[in-house]
Write a protein that binds this ligand. Sequence first.
Ligand SMILES: NC(=O)c1ccc[n+]([C@@H]2O[C@H](COP(=O)([O-])OP(=O)(O)OC[C@H]3O[C@@H](n4cnc5c(N)ncnc54)[C@H](O)[C@@H]3O)[C@@H](O)[C@H]2O)c1
Ligand SMILES: O=c1ccn([C@@H]2O[C@H](COP(=O)(O)OP(=O)(O)O[C@H]3OC[C@@H](O)[C@H](O)[C@H]3O)[C@@H](O)[C@H]2O)c(=O)[nH]1
Length: 340
Amino acid sequence: MATNGETKKPPPTPSPLRNAKFFQANMRILVTGGAGFIGSHLVDKLMENEKNEVIVVDNYFTGSKDNLRKWIGHPRFELVRHDITEPLLVEVDQIYHLACPASPIFYKHNPVKTIKTNVIGTLNMLGLAKRVGARILLTSTSEVYGDPLVHPQPENYWGNVNPIGVRSCYDEGKRVAETLMFDYHRQHGIEIRIARIFNTYGPRMNIDDGRVVSNFIAQALRGEPLTVQAPGTQTRSFCYVSDMVDGLLRLMEGQHTGPINIGNPGEFTMQELAETVKELINPDVEIKMVENTPDDPRQRKPDITKAKELLGWEPKIKLRDGLPLMEEDFRLRLGVPKKK
Ligand SMILES: NC(=O)c1ccc[n+]([C@@H]2O[C@H](COP(=O)([O-])OP(=O)(O)OC[C@H]3O[C@@H](n4cnc5c(N)ncnc54)[C@H](O)[C@@H]3O)[C@@H](O)[C@H]2O)c1
Ligand SMILES: O=c1ccn([C@@H]2O[C@H](COP(=O)(O)OP(=O)(O)O[C@H]3OC[C@@H](O)[C@H](O)[C@H]3O)[C@@H](O)[C@H]2O)c(=O)[nH]1
């Protein structure tokens, strides 16, 4: 009611845009680290749903705008340069929290920054989730199992991690991030989801990322020796990125907090991986044994019983089928056409 003699104004008419298609979006989703390898594939999948608006925040340490170029300028998409060690205020319904360098070379490059990203960055994202009531999913890692003494690794295995080693900024950082997620869940009722991701590969990995699959493919295409780090008998299990994204979406949409292992249980020694890459991509290339780095886990293979039972998820793409898809992307980016 106007009490001071002014004429009462009718309420403002809503903008005509309110009725436009894009304003009917009913889920606003934040993806931290969305300019990186897994993050950008996740964004592609989220953007396929016309009811999603996607906001990516990234500091471009290991990610690139190029991974998101098809979405830049799209009305349901926003890209923000932001470092998650600083607070962030955005109104969102869900948070996929991926921001963190994942390649050992990059996460060891500035270990203090890596642990800040895992601890302060995760605190900031949990603070945001609490403030706006968003559900938050953390991409944790198989590295929380350290150099595992139980094989394959189920989620109830507590791990064998060196707390003062060169990898601890990452593996202990992710363990603290998981602790923070559960403390916010128990203390503040935040809806949480934790994925423990095992080695993932696919198109868009940085060519000089330093991880084993990208190294071997780039080396094979450049005609350089494949560098197997000694002893070469250490094992890993490799999941193709589309399978990974499918697992993350099911976890976010499902009813289980996790942690849930998401990975492909096919297990290979690094020597076997090198031989497979050689056979599929360049039979003329040499395989060379080189020195390893400290605390390299000797074996790793997910027990995915929980993912199968609770999420109805299991990987579909075998290593032999995934490697050629990644080869194609690397050939384009390196300018090495396939011989006829
Ligand atoms: N790819 C794997 O094999 C694997 C395995 C286990 C866990 N993970 C986890 O999945 C997530 C994504 O991994 P990826 O392979 O896509 O790695 P990536 O390095 O390609 O992507 C990480 C992204 O986070 C961004 N980032 C890093 N620090 C940041 C900060 N402080 N603020 C804002 N942005 C920041 C990077 O610029 C990059 O775009 C990571 O959390 C990683 O720990 C990956
Ligand atoms: O050129 C290389 C690179 C690596 N390797 C070996 O390949 C194995 C895998 O190494 P990567 O650097 O690809 O990755 P890691 O398995 O050590 O860590 C990975 O797994 C868990 C995730 O959380 C991490 O983000 C991811 O990098 C290691 O045994 C390493 O010694 C080689 O033999 N040659």
